[in-house]
Design a protein around this ligand. Structure first.
Ligand code: NAD
Length: 289
């Protein structure tokens, strides 16, 4: 089975790397050719120079792109030449609407589109322990599950097209407030002059522990954010969630506040930094005279 992998960023780099190491027949493409060449040197894999070349003859197409706009661009450039019976697995976090739209468009040519956003961060991608949330045709999902298991420890089909993206939205709603609360707690402890490492050790064993605390608090204390899930992408995710909530006519007050704080953060931190750099905004606000 020939697999085309498109998007070798912080996540796709590792996911495609696992597939290459597992011996799949794989061809990759990234809009940034420098990244593609570096990936090929690292994993001894095949690189295509164009989207058309990477998708020609592929039975499975995997995308890990930033957002709706990039996914649509790539789809529009490849769709006409996709083989009937091929399956497109999209690991980007996008709107549920675009997933449904591409699924419907695909059906007209017997191309199956599966929305399969992921959780677990770059560490999960590197270690092959991602959580994958699938939506779309269940028969196709069962066909591709063994492939994506190559970089996941938990894969679940959640229902019709869009169900994967909606589940990812629920995940982002749950994590957004936790991230900001962690920044508030750590900045508070700093401001009170406590030994923050000690405070953290206590909290990790207490009721406030979380994935964010386990995986991000050290970076926040050290002020080192050049890794992970960029605040640009987190902001995009929360805006998608708020758009979906607006359509449902419901309010998500905490999510809305964190989205606004990420807007504010853009003025004082590198938007490519992990979104736990919200700590820097909080630090500034906490230490203001
Ligand atoms: P990234 O920005 O690091 O990587 C995206 C890659 O796509 C880049 O290498 C870019 O050059 C490439 N690209 C952009 N437009 C393209 C095009 N038209 N054709 C080909 N390649 C193109 O993003 P990431 O952190 O790898 O995230 C990818 C997706 O996974 C996003 O939707 C993100 O929300 C989601 N996600 C990321 C994380 C994380 O921790 N980074 C965690 C969970 C989910």
């Amino acid at each position: 089975m020939t697999i085309a992998f498109i998007g070798l960023g912080r996540m796709g780099w590792h996911m495609a790397g696992h597939l290459a190491k597992q011996g799949h027949s794989l061809c990759v493409f990234d809009a940034n050719d420098e990244i593609s060449q570096k990936w090929a040197q690292t994993f001894a894999g095949e690189v295509a120079q164009t989207l058309q070349a990477v998708t020609a003859n592929a039975e499975v197409i995997i995308t890990a792109l930033p957002a709706d706009a990039e996914l649509r661009l790539v789809w529009d450039q490849c769709f006409e030449q996709l083989s009937a019976g091929s399956i497109w697995i999209d690991h980007s976090t996008t709107s549920a609407q675009i997933a449904r739209e591409l699924n419907a468009a695909g059906q007209r040519r017997e191309v199956c589109f599966i929305d399969a956003p992921v959780s677990g961060g770059t560490v999960g991608a590197e270690n092959g322990t991602l959580t994958i949330m699938g939506g779309g045709d269940q028969t196709a999902w069962l066909q591709i599950e063994p492939i994506v298991n190559g970089y996941a420890s938990k894969t679940t089909w959640l229902g019709a097209s869009g169900a994967g993206q909606l589940t990812k939205m629920a995940n982002q709603i749950c994590v957004a407030g936790v991230g900001q609360a962690l920044a508030e707690g750590l900045a508070f402890a700093e401001r009170e002059g406590l030994n923050v490492q000690q405070v953290l050790e206590v909290m990790l064993k207490g009721s406030s522990t979380s994935w964010m605390m386990q995986n991000r608090s050290q970076a926040m204390i050290n002020g080192q954010y050049e890794f992970g899930f960029s605040s640009t992408l987190m902001k995009k995710d929360l805006r998608l969630v708020l758009q979906e909530a607006k359509q449902l006519g419901i309010a998500l007050p905490v999510t809305a506040v964190v989205a606004d704080l990420l807007d504010e953060l853009a003025t004082l931190a590198d938007p490519a930094w992990d979104w736990c750099s919200l700590m820097e905004r909080q630090r500034q606000a906490t230490n203001k005279p």
